[in-house]
Design a binder for this molecule. Sequence first.
Ligand code: HEC
Ligand code: HEC
Length: 141
Amino acid sequence: MKQIFKPAIAIALMAFAAGGAQAASTGAKAFQSECSACHMAFPPNLLPKQSWDQILATLDNHFGEDASLDASVVSDIRQYLDANAGRFRSVPNPPPLRITELRWFRGEHGRMFKRAKADPKIGTMSNCLACHRGGATQDND
Ligand code: HEC
Ligand code: HEC
């Protein structure tokens, strides 16, 4: 997949780690509270709209978990994610459901996958905050 930019992860992760969606719209709030129950609320700009739509359409079987929500809540969250999704030059069909399988991510994290698996404090590459922590994120620690 070709992507125009590498997202400004530092700022995004920091803001989300702090739980601060600045413009606390209904959708932003719902996303913050509902989508951070099992993992961090991932920065919306790391996936294209098509991916978020697909994720929200299949919450009853979400990576092996049932993450279903009321239709109205899903609709609020969709509005928020669609408005803040990343812009990608082209998106395959079906769209990717994981940030961690995107090519830039694999390129950036090549050696990290093994390390994440081996370290029980990290566990999986989806655990961004294990390595990108709060204020330190800007330096990409
Ligand atoms: C009941 C627990 C649960 C809830 C609630 C939940 N998720 Fe997840 N999510 C998971 C699990 C488990 C994974 C897979 C993590 C892994 O492979 O390490 C995952 C993975 C993801 C990924 C892929 C991460 C990657 O590897 O790149 C995205 C994106 C995602 N979830 C979005 C959402 C959104 C959006 C919501 C809210 C609508 C949500 N999740 C709510 C359990 C949950
Ligand atoms: C096992 C530790 C680890 C995990 C887990 C991890 N990263 Fe990283 N990440 C790194 C390291 C180390 C670098 C720096 C690579 C370099 O500079 O060569 C990096 C670089 C990045 C970059 C590119 C540098 C930048 O700031 O532009 C982004 C974006 C990024 N990570 C996002 C994420 C996201 C999002 C997640 C979770 C889905 C994640 N990372 C999970 C260790 C990790």
